[in-house]
Write a protein that binds this ligand. Structure first.
Ligand code: FAD
Length: 302
């Protein structure tokens, strides 16, 4: 594999960025620095996650509201149904709509105890991502993203069951799917082929995880339904206490992955930023996404 030398790279490529709601003032400052830097790249949208077990409901809403009020970015609110009744979920949707939110990422979610620790639908709640899409569609004509798992969700017994869930989400009105992160582009390509064979035609946007910390990613990946290939671990081997080289390797790895996807015809990318701008910004630069002077700020950050 070699980097593309196509002069038109960047043309027609769209990116989106994912953030998580900050827990402290320091984290808030870091997130806002990140948002300010990345908004100059004019992403298609940015999304804000909803903590495990619905734990960040207020913080997610505050972060989405700040993005709406202080930038020209289009924020998408993640929303899960875990541990909540239908009325509670419907009320959260109403509150987001009142804020002016028109984009959502509809999810089932994981228990507060962590992924893979025995999901039980709330007895009076929505059961899964497909139900959540339906709940949103009943309240408005929203842009609704859903999850997709190129290596299948760990709780799905097989790919057929997994893709059937995606089909139900599409039937209920999902606009696009964003994938769990993956590092092997062949796996993504095979997955998209399976999905198309199942008669699903919405965009399957690859979720790109620039590796800020290989140890954390390796620990988290199995529960997330993604695997870290041996060649990737090898690239980061021995860099645990050398953050500068780790970051340079991470930029090279992510740029190589994204470039290869562009060569395969992919034009939409979703970046899991971990509230850090540097790696996502560098990779965007490599695929020709450059800052525009009208960075999109409505006012100086408060
Ligand atoms: P679904 O797509 O509804 O289900 C996944 C699979 O689990 C199904 O294919 C099915 O086989 C099985 N399953 C579903 N429901 C049941 C059931 N009732 N009984 C038995 N099996 C069932 N998590 C958060 O907490 N907050 C976030 O903001 C968040 N954002 C995410 C964004 C993206 C793009 C992705 C890919 C994931 C995100 N997650 C988030 C993680 C997600 O919540 C977990 O992966 C969770 O385990 C599954 O949620 P889902 O919506 O993908 O599930």
């Amino acid at each position: 594999y070699r980097f593309s030398r196509r002069p038109d790279i960047g043309e027609g490529i769209r990116v989106s960025f994912e953030f998580f709601p900050p827990k402290s003032d320091d984290m808030e400052t870091r997130l806002w620095d990140t948002v300010t830097r990345l908004q100059a790249l004019q992403p298609h949208f940015v999304s804000v996650t909803y903590g495990a077990g619905g734990s960040t409901r207020e913080r997610t809403a505050r972060t989405v509201a700040r993005i709406l009020h202080q930038t020209d970015l289009a924020p998408a609110a993640h929303l899960t149904c875990i541990d909540a009744s239908r009325d509670e979920v419907d009320e959260v949707i109403r509150q987001f709509v009142e804020l002016g939110v028109t984009r959502f990422v509809a999810l089932r979610g994981d228990p507060a105890t962590g992924a893979g620790t025995g999901y039980q639908p709330h007895p009076g709640g929505y059961a899964n991502g497909a139900d959540m899409v339906g709940a949103l569609r009943r309240q408005g004509d929203f842009d609704i993203s859903v999850s997709a798992y190129p290596e299948k969700h760990p709780e799905s017994p097989d790919f057929a069951t997994d893709i059937d869930m995606l089909k139900r989400k599409v039937d209920n009105g999902a606009t696009r799917a964003i994938t769990q992160f993956f590092f092997d582009n062949d796996i993504y390509e095979r997955y998209v082929e399976r999905v198309r064979r199942a008669g699903i035609y919405i965009p399957i946007v690859p979720g790109i995880l620039p590796v800020h910390n290989i140890v954390q990613v390796a620990n988290f990946s199995a529960r997330a339904g993604a695997h870290v290939p041996a060649w990737l671990r090898e690239r980061f081997a021995g860099l645990e206490s050398d953050p500068q080289t780790h970051a340079l390797v991470a930029a090279a790895v992510a740029a190589e992955q994204v470039h290869d996807l562009v060569e395969r015809g992919v034009g939409d990318f979703h970046f899991y930023t971990m509230n850090r701008a540097d790696l996502a910004f560098a990779v965007c630069h490599m695929i020709g996404i450059r800052p525009r002077s009208n960075g999109g700020e409505k006012s100086a950050a408060a």
